[in-house]
Design a protein around this ligand. Sequence first.
Ligand code: ATP
Ligand code: MG
Length: 550
Amino acid sequence: MNFIQQIIEEDNRNDKHGGRVHTRFPPEPNGYLHIGHAKSICLNFGLAKQYNGLTNLRFDDTNPVKEDVEYVDSIREDVHWLGFDWDDREFYASDYFPQLFDYAVKLINKGKAYVCDLNAEEISNTRGTVTSPGTESPFRNRPVEENLDLFIRMRNGEFRDGEKVLRAKIDMASPNMLLRDPVLYRILHSEHHRTGNQWCIYPMYDFAHGQSDSIERITHSICTLEFEVHRPLYDWFIRELEIWAPQQIEFARLNLTYTVMSKRKLLQLVQEGFVKGWDDPRMPTICGLRRRGYTPDSIRNFADAIGVAKRDNVIDASLLEYYLREDLNKRAMRVMGILNPLEVVIENYPDGLTEEIEAINNPEDTTAGKRKLPFSKVIYIEKDDFMEDPPKKYFRLAPGREVRLRYAYYITCRDVIKNSKGEVVSLHCTYDPATKGGSSPDGRKVMGTIHWVSARHALKAEARIYDRLFNCENPDQAMEGKDFKSNLNPDSLKIIDCFVEPGLKDARPLDKYQFERLGYFSVDYDSSPEKLVFNRIVPLKDSWSKSGKA
Ligand code: ATP
Ligand code: MG
């Protein structure tokens, strides 16, 4: 049991919320969701499921300048794709603007909020420091009537942006800087993606978030650690407003090696063209992972496995890939594809003949069945499955050596054909007709099995080979005078031509395959029957393990 489950069980024992568990996932629609959000989604929806509760999807849309319906739509799609559903409980903080306005009025009436004429800079300059108290605003002791009048005139649009704000009257000497008369409302003559021009004052996040939780009768308001210092303020609003009190619980946000997780930075990568969009398969966004070929199960399993922590930590990106491989291994059809083709001519194979070779679709899934592969005189093999002068432990093809072509025949390399530059361009081999199916009746063993495609039948396709987007574990840490973008990996995408078996002609975007011995591949959105395009999801083995790059 993790510490949040312990809190919930304790609450249930004490009948704190009558056994009710109601969580929410509260994104601000100012960017696309990433793998860190996935962690929060799995946690909130997972806990509710475990305790027979409910989860709301709530958009914390209090900043019209940075938000957009494009983001709202993508967030809904991504949460659904991850396998979670909020039924009809889709809410918006902006739906509560009238209620939040009334809450503000209530605080004014209680003498707990005032309209302040200081500008942003002056407010910041009078906040004091961690070691010294702030200075009280000269407007702090305005009478209630005047505050009410000014606040209503703020709402009515009588003032310019930044001319006035509404502040809570708490304690300018509080050791918690957030309690030093925080701003509750600001003037922003800006159109909101949902409320249009109805409002020209907008609540600050802190004034909207907890109250929205309260309005929705959330029991456990789960958020990331940076909000721990906000909790006294969260509780202060609830207490002063005398409304339903959800319990805020903080956990450590997910950090992953080799990536950045700030929406602001991801937005920069998109806007400045370092990636092709939010759903670029190198992005840690959920839509990027989806396009890359990640499965919802792999992400959920990863989120479960890392659990919830109370302390910040960084998770190795290869752990996510571990859960990805585990899932793909179960569900991906095996196929043969050649990334770096080397022609092989089988001299003693009849010229016009095409044979059908039976191949197993997925040894991990007995229901997946078999398929037929065409075999003919000229095939392609992987360039690095041949070495002219092999070292001791190399068991693949070499001059005079016999290997097994997967599911097909034994072949022996007889001749190496080179071009004028001395590069190997073709191998002339012979095959043993008695080894059809890949085994020899005389019990003769071969050390290596390699994959192949029939040159005449293979489909030419595009393969997009991805590497890490950043070339260091913590890209947020940049050299002096540089920013995180200086850590981008210039070789994070390589586009190559490849050959795949003909049965793939009907492959559709997001179909996933294991190219035998090479890795997992997913069909990209750019793919068409005329030109197949594959994203390499991940190589078969963890090439980033400590032993170095394979
Ligand atoms: P911003 O930088 O705009 O504040 P944010 O990543 O915190 O972005 P929100 O839209 O506020 O984005 O996040 C929605 C929810 O997802 C919040 O509850 C937040 O705590 C959670 N969340 C965000 N990033 C992570 C992360 N890396 N790990 C776990 N949860 C996260
Ligand atoms: Mg946030």
